[in-house]
Design a protein around this ligand. Structure first.
Ligand code: ADP
Length: 413
């Protein structure tokens, strides 16, 4: 009897356990689905917001090039600064959702860390001057002229940390130090400020999403509490570490270590950091004929104003089909292809153009450069676009300097 009751109890227990496991699995999959839905929502919302914002920023930049009274310049500065701030927040949200869904991959390019540091710090010089803060940096001599890594993400990390140092420092200085770890295996960045400091009990939680030292921070300094959490996640993706030391009223020092891969020389045909920030000279720009495939009238207007001073004959197609039709009859030097268009999208139009070219010229060298313009900066999407036949990819919002440099590059070569 005792044995039978033991067996039946055992059976009941196992049954209960199985049921509990099924429930736990269902809950887990529901939670995963909900989290994925949240991530997808954040990603698509950020795309949707970026498109009109692109128009606002582009127009503000163009307006800035016209003759303005002092008062108008002041208003425009507020408009541009707020637009940029909004743009940064949206980028943060997009990055955050990409990291959360595991879609963010690190790149490895060869670049000059010296140039990158100088360029990044130069972004803060004006702000430092207006606040009366001294900003300086030092780079250890043992660091190679060229290193390998994800230059864009390293710059993003530096911008976040220097930006915070600037935001939370009212007087004194900011010092950025770059050196090698003792065993020379890691690059070490230290960003030191003489700002308000961080309480001891908050030193860990500031790296969590949407966390600020106290709620008055948002009111006083702005911010979403996302910057440090993204920074930490990016550093972890690089197999690095981040820590902070701080004293209230005295200042904070953020300490980062990321694996170091130094090279002695520039490697050719690698993406290099785009340092030359001068617009091409309209006088020396080669005359050319460009087809712009873009359905949004605002974006057409922006690109037209960007190119207006250059000897560029611009024709517009409102969708992919029209672009393909025009391409067959027109003699274009280059195509600017928006990727999201009604009727036929940029991907399909590009494929059709490439097939048409192959039939016509029977070789690959006769390809017309096609620059994709897209709000979608996910790696998969970019890969697909290159497979479809695009030559280069520009992320929205397109900056005047980027588009002109790229056009010049393809037309002049
Ligand atoms: P936020 O967008 O609010 O700046 P972050 O994630 O970048 O978000 O920072 C989180 C919080 O950490 C900030 O709101 C601030 O309270 C604190 N913090 C970050 N950097 C500093 C700094 N250099 N000095 C003082 N406090 C800082």
């Amino acid at each position: 009897m005792i044995q039978i009751s033991d067996v039946s109890q055992q059976v009941i227990r196992e049954k209960l356990l199985r049921e509990q496991m099924i429930i736990a699995k269902e809950r887990e999959s529901e939670a995963k689905k909900a989290s994925q839905a949240k991530t997808d929502f954040l990603a698509s919302m950020s795309h949707e917001i970026r498109t009109p914002l692109n128009a606002i920023l582009g127009m503000a930049d163009t307006l800035n090039e016209t003759e303005l009274s002092e008062e108008q310049t002041e208003y425009l500065t507020v408009l541009r600064n707020s637009g940029r701030a909004l743009y940064n927040i949206i980028n943060d949200i997009l990055d955050f959702s990409r990291i959360e869904s595991g879609k963010l991959e690190m790149e490895s390019v060869t670049f000059s860390i010296h140039d990158l540091m100088k360029e990044t710090i130069s972004l803060f010089l004006m702000k430092a001057k207006s606040k009366g803060i001294h900003i300086s940096h030092s780079i250890s001599k043992e660091i190679s002229p060229m290193i390998k890594g994800d230059s864009t993400r390293i710059q993003q990390i530096l911008i976040n940390l220097i930006g915070n140092a600037m935001k939370f420092t009212e007087k004194g200085s900011i010092f950025i130090k770059l050196m090698l770890s003792e065993d020379k295996s890691h690059l070490v960045f230290e960003i030191e400020d003489t700002g308000i400091g961080i309480p001891n009990d908050k030193l860990q939680s500031i790296f969590e999403s949407f966390t600020q030292v106290d709620s008055s921070t948002t009111r006083k300094y702005g911010g979403t509490g996302l910057g440090l959490s993204i920074t930490k996640k990016l550093i972890l993706l690089m197999n690095g570490t981040i820590s902070v030391q701080s004293e209230i009223g005295k200042g904070s020092t953020f300490h980062i270590e990321i694996p170091y891969e130094g090279l002695l020389h520039r490697e050719s045909n690698q993406n290099q950091h785009w340092l030359d920030l001068e617009l091409p000279d309209p006088e020396n720009f080669p005359p050319c004929k460009i087809l712009l495939a873009e359905d949004s009238n605002e974006n057409v207007f922006i690109i037209k104003t960007f190119l207006r001073k250059y000897p560029i004959q611009l024709e517009v197609a409102q969708n992919g089909k029209e672009a393909f039709d025009k391409f067959q009859s027109g003699n274009y030097d280059l195509v600017l292809m928006d990727m999201q268009m009604p009727e036929m999208d940029g991907m399909e139009a590009t494929k059709q153009i490439r097939i048409h070219e192959q039939v016509k010229t029977k070789n690959k060298s006769g390809e017309t450069p096609i620059i994709a313009i897209s709000a979608n900066v996910q790696k998969e999407e970019i890969k697909k676009s290159f497979l479809a036949g695009i030559t280069s990819y520009l992320a929205k919002p397109v900056r005047k300097i980027e588009i002109l440099k790229l056009i010049y590059f393809y037309i002049a070569h």
